[in-house]
Structures are given as structure tokens and as C-alpha cells.
Design a protein around this ligand. Structure first.
Ligand code: SF4
Ligand code: SF4
Length: 80
């Protein structure tokens, strides 16, 4: 599996949490946002913060599940 640098564009995030559900399904076999390695927070004023935990393996699957272009992934160079 490839590894990716993930760029976030918090201004585009809607807080839908699809990314968290995708990650928790992938890494914990459960649809539980609390188990996700990506955590999205929306403040009372609507500002979004996106945080990756140390357990994130940079697989990029969460990016694939974002419908709002709030994240972009670029494959990392692999030493040969
Ligand atoms: S890159 Fe992979 S492990 Fe990291 S938060 Fe996204 S889906 Fe989860
Ligand atoms: S990053 Fe994308 S998938 Fe995740 S909560 Fe924001 S809009 Fe939804």
C-alpha cells in the first residue's frame, strides 16, 4: 500500500465525518468516528480543524472518501 503526504484545506471541510467513518472501518472494522486516526473538529463558529493521530499510517483512504475536496494526497517517494 502506498503512503501519502496529505494536505488539508480546512476552509472546504463541511464536518460530514465521512473521512472518520472510512478510517474507522478500515483500521478498526467499525463505523465509529471515535476510533478514527483522523479527527475533525468543528468549532461553534463553524471553523474546522483536522488532526491526524500518531497511529495514522498515511494510507490516504480518508482522502478518497471526502466529497468536498477538503484534502488532497500526494504519493511519497519510496527509496529503491
Ligand atoms: S490516512 Fe489512512 S490511517 Fe490515516 S487517517 Fe486517513 S484512512 Fe486513517
Ligand atoms: S475532511 Fe472531508 S470527509 Fe472529512 S469531515 Fe471534512 S468534508 Fe467531510
Amino acid at each position: 500500500m502506498g503512503k501519502y503526504d496529505i494536505q488539508v484545506y480546512t476552509e472546504k471541510c463541511t464536518g460530514c465525518l465521512r473521512c472518520q467513518l472510512a478510517c474507522s472501518d478500515l483500521t478498526s472494522k467499525a463505523f465509529n468516528p471515535l476510533l478514527s486516526k483522523i479527527q475533525v473538529f468543528i468549532s461553534n463558529s463553524g471553523e474546522c480543524t483536522i488532526h491526524f493521530t500518531e497511529e495514522c499510517n498515511q494510507c490516504g483512504i480518508c482522502v478518497d472518501h471526502c466529497f468536498y475536496d477538503a484534502m488532497q494526497k500526494n504519493e511519497k517517494e519510496v527509496d529503491k
